[in-house]
Design a protein around this ligand. Structure first.
Ligand SMILES: [Fe+2]
Length: 169
């Protein structure tokens, strides 16, 4: 037996779980778990693939878990990224597990994640790509209608050669 060390991701998950458990819509709650946990995982994988440290991957996973925090509280909409940022900032202040710089990195990623047609910081781009990756890989056989360019770039980066669009090769 050993004492398990509780990490910052455990703390973040606790807050995310508490929020999701307040959502009484079963389908919306399940979608929230799948999407937020999925984007968190994808953000960690992309960070490591891009040569970042495990601490950086941990921070990216936290941002992924939090990026759509307000969407599952009945506050989803086209402006959810910008409207969600102050709520995530408040949450991070309450958690007290991030430095000032780390809080800014997560808040920037939350704020910018819907602007998929623009390029922001390296950290912001990881969260955008993780968001796209989760949407795509939850159903890889489905035709894609959005974010084809980002998916093509991710496929090339990860060596998923069979998934790169013909007109992109
Ligand atoms: Fe998302």
């Amino acid at each position: 037996m050993y004492d398990r060390v509780y990490t910052r991701i455990d703390v973040t998950r606790k807050y995310v779980d508490e929020m999701l458990l307040r959502n009484s819509d079963d389908v919306d709650r399940r979608t929230g778990y799948v999407h937020l946990y999925g984007v968190g995982l994808a953000a960690a994988i992309i960070s490591l693939k891009r040569g970042h440290t495990k601490e950086y991957a941990e921070l990216a996973e936290m941002a992924g878990l939090l990026h759509d925090y307000i969407s599952y509280q009945g506050m989803d909409g086209p402006n959810h990224a910008h409207e969600g940022e102050p709520i995530v900032r408040k949450l991070l202040e309450e958690m007290g597990i991030t430095s000032v710089e780390e809080t800014e990195m997560i808040c920037s990623a939350v704020y910018n994640h819907s602007d998929k047609n623009k390029i922001h910081s390296e950290f912001d781009e990881i969260i955008k790509d993780a968001d796209v990756m989760q949407h795509w890989l939850r159903n890889p056989g489905e035709p894609l209608f959005r974010e084809q360019e980002r998916i093509n770039k991710l496929c090339i980066e990860f060596g998923f050669d069979n998934f790169v669009s013909e007109n992109y090769k």
